[in-house]
Design a protein around this ligand. Structure first.
Ligand code: NAP
Length: 331
């Protein structure tokens, strides 16, 4: 990675205005919808989004036609085939190939359409399994990946590298943001495929309704994890949009981690569940610690604002307001 301090000198405001035509790929997803809301609230009035039914991003011709017809000026790529460990493990080919296709079409299509600014979203799983903690951007490609999600990670690394290559060779502002574990509005609460926070939230909610029955959680509760409220993630995307960040890759997180036990107790308190928490130590814990080093974004002027308990309160209110809709989908 080039010298960060030196490059920081050329950090400058981006030249977009509130009428700039911005395409948000994956605008109905958890991250894309948060970005859409953040941009609308800041007065951006020329946003475009297409569902996968309207525009299948794995279809190269359709993506190329979309760029030619719509002519967006900026692209935010929050579209991906995402899923938990089980899905990644069971469908390695789809996780590798569909993500490569989506990215290739959307990145190369943007490049060929002459788009100057592109924000690519990846994930902390791009870093090696045994990289030192907290995870710094420069650890990328220094060792082997976690085997269960390496298919997804390799696709994402390819996206980061494609954007870096365009940036380096053509001097365009193509930048990648790597979020930590996100949670919040429009999260997935399906127990089969959800991440730890929404899964716990749902379990405690159901236990509360069920006369405060006990809640059994996987593992020992000792692993440490970092979480970021999705609206804070959206603010980081807007920050990258409104400024030309000097590097090609940035971690986005809170920089703070919590034990899974702390997380469970915080959720229990927010929900008002009064039963016991039981830990099933026969179930795997996963990696003992996963924390991002977020000092680069902080040095440039962006940091998170929603503390974990506040974010969980907002998420739970949203969950209660939308429970009927969620039931129709998967709950
Ligand atoms: N959630 C997290 O904790 C987390 C953490 C780190 C990084 N990220 C990253 O953030 C990005 C967005 O994640 P998310 O959590 O918002 O996922 P999500 O809620 O599942 O949304 C993914 C979006 O991608 C779209 N999409 C998928 N396949 C498509 C296709 N073939 N054509 C067009 N659109 C397609 C979906 O559109 P339709 O709904 O119309 O099908 C959906 O809107 C991903 O790159 C992910 O790696 C998320």
């Amino acid at each position: 990675m080039e010298d960060f301090k030196e490059k920081k000198q050329i950090f400058k405001k981006s030249i977009l205005d509130k009428k700039t035509k911005i395409y948000i790929a994956g605008h109905k997803g958890m991250v894309g919808s948060a970005v859409w809301r953040a941009l609308v609230s800041k007065g951006y009035s020329n946003l475009i989004g297409k569902t996968s039914k309207e525009l299948d991003l794995t279809n190269q011709q359709a993506v190329s036609d979309f760029y030619n017809n719509e002519k967006p000026e900026v692209v935010i790529d929050a579209a991906a085939k995402v899923g938990g460990i089980l899905a990644n493990n069971n469908f390695p080919y789809q996780f590798l190939m569909e993500n490569l296709q989506i990215q290739n079409n959307i990145i190369d299509g943007a490049f060929k359409a002459g788009i100057e600014k592109f924000i690519f979203l990846g994930s902390s799983c791009i870093y090696p399994k045994f990289a030192p903690q907290p995870l710094k951007e420069e650890y990328l490609l220094t060792d082997s990946l976690e085997p269960t999600n390496e298919w997804y990670a390799i696709a994402k690394i390819t996206g980061v590298k494609a954007c870096q290559a365009i940036r380096r060779q053509y001097n365009k502002d193509y930048v990648s943001l790597m979020p930590t574990n996100l949670y919040g509005y429009f999260d997935n609460f399906d127990l089969e495929s959800s991440h730890v926070l929404p899964a716990m939230l749902r379990k405690f909610h159901e236990a509360k309704i069920n006369n405060h029955s006990d809640v059994t959680l996987w593992g020992s509760g000792t692993p440490m994890r970092e979480f970021l409220f999705v609206d804070d993630m959206a603010e980081a995307v807007v920050y990258a949009l409104e400024n030309n960040l000097p590097e090609y890759l940035y971690n986005v997180g809170s920089g703070k981690d919590f034990t899974i036990k702390d997380l469970a107790e915080t959720i229990q308190k927010v929900i008002g569940h009064q039963g016991n928490i039981l830990w099933d130590a026969s179930k795997p814990d996963g990696t003992p610690k996963k924390l991002m080093d977020v000092s680069k974004m902080k040095e440039l002027g962006w940091q998170y604002s929603t503390e974990l308990e506040d974010g969980i309160k907002k998420t739970y209110s949203w969950f209660l307001e939308n429970i009927d809709v969620l039931k129709k989908i998967k709950l």
